[in-house]
Design a protein around this ligand. Structure first.
Ligand code: KG4
Ligand code: ZN
Length: 345
């Protein structure tokens, strides 16, 4: 008879998705429930923290109940509770964290706090359980753009990060100015499909420089001037061309740096994670650069690229098995850094 699988309940409320998932043995998704608040925030053009927190309060327990039902499990079947405790919006994080603590306390089960960025990396373990370090990982989403060297699971060396806007944030902000709904990444990427990526020569911040850091604020300012100038002159912007060129300016830099980082570290595996890794152009470009160099590229399926709790459960399982757990004093840390986290700060 097979041993009973180890069930982890993952909870994620760091931004605008209330999510809960049950994952068996860290790699098998039994349920993955996501209640998106996108509609609620769309008319504001971005996430409103107070509204997000209030909505999480309403939704968190129904979502957890649904995740258990979908998994065919009850609270008593759970072995571990894993929850995002940073980075993210303080009010939003606290809702998931308090729910997780309450469940773990009542069930007398262990609690593991997970760094959201690390969760994104573990999304790859759900689709590629065979993935082994060492690898270089790009995690790019609405709140972060980090280039990491992962020599072994749980150890991270920050090679570079954005010095200003996150890649997803750049997509979202420019989409908003164009009057496209939030989140902007998928909108711009859809428009870009029929555009010419060479049409507009957008600037590439920090490209070609001797750093693995990123900068997207110059690109954003250039795009804003471009849009405003066109509007003042009464010109119509060719949206597909604009979107394709804008997207290419981001993809070009991300793909180039992740591959150069892999070469710098002498590794043959590159991992993409975070909402921006859903971008097809980014996937294509990284694959194209990697293939002649014999570098393998990993990215999660689309539904695991953006925020979800299955990735938090997976990260929780592996961290717990590596000896990590947290006490009831675990607090939300809005600006939690992966490196500090790994040093136990
Ligand atoms: O990981 P995620 O769901 O939330 C954060 O942790 O921020 O990422 C959301 C971000 C948004 O900025 C969204 O515009 C971006 O990921 N995104 C994309 C695509 N899908 C989502 N950006 C570019 N292309 C996409 N297809
Ligand atoms: Zn995220």
């Amino acid at each position: 008879m097979n041993a009973k699988p180890f069930l982890t309940l993952g909870i994620e409320t760091s931004c605008d998705e209330t999510a809960a998932a049950v994952v068996a043995d860290g790699t098998r998704i039994l349920s993955n429930v996501i209640a998106s608040q996108v509609d609620l925030h769309q008319r504001f053009g971005g996430v409103v923290p107070e509204i997000a927190a209030r909505k999480h309060i309403e939704t968190v327990f129904p979502v957890i109940d649904q995740a258990l039902r979908d998994a065919g499990a009850g609270f008593a079947d759970l072995d571990l509770i894993a929850v995002t405790y940073g980075p993210g919006l303080i009010g939003a994080l606290l809702v998931g964290l308090q729910a997780a603590k309450a469940i773990a306390f009542a069930l007398e089960k262990p609690l593991v706090g997970i760094n959201h960025v690390e969760g994104h990396i573990y999304a790859n373990m759900l689709s590629h359980p065979e993935l082994e370090p060492p690898f270089v990982c790009l995690t790019a989403s609405g709140g972060h753009t980090d280039l990491l060297y992962v020599p072994e699971f749980g150890r991270y060396e920050l090679l570079g990060r954005t010095r200003d806007d996150a890649a997803g944030e750049a997509f979202d902000k420019i989409a908003r100015v164009l009057g496209l709904p939030y989140p902007g990444g998928p909108q711009i990427s859809r428009l870009a499909e029929t555009g010419n990526r060479e049409a507009i020569g957008f600037p590439r911040g920090l490209s070609g420089e001797d750093t693995f850091d990123f900068s997207f604020s110059g690109l954003k300012t250039f795009a804003l001037y471009y849009i405003n100038n066109a509007r003042q002159r009464g010109d119509t912007i060719n949206l597909p061309d604009f979107a394709a060129s804008f997207q290419w300016a981001i993809v070009d830099v991300l793909a180039d740096k992740v591959i150069r980082a892999a070469q710098f570290k002498g590794v043959r595996r590159v991992v993409l994670s975070g909402g921006v890794s859903a971008n097809q152009s980014l996937r294509r470009e990284v694959l194209a650069l990697a293939q002649p160099l014999g570098i393998s590229v990993y990215f999660p399926p689309l539904d695991l690229c953006t925020d979800n709790a299955a990735m938090i459960a997976s990260a929780g399982y592996f961290k717990y098995k590596a000896g990590c757990s947290h006490g009831w004093d675990l607090n939300a840390v809005p600006s939690l850094r992966l490196i500090e986290y790994e040093r136990g700060k």
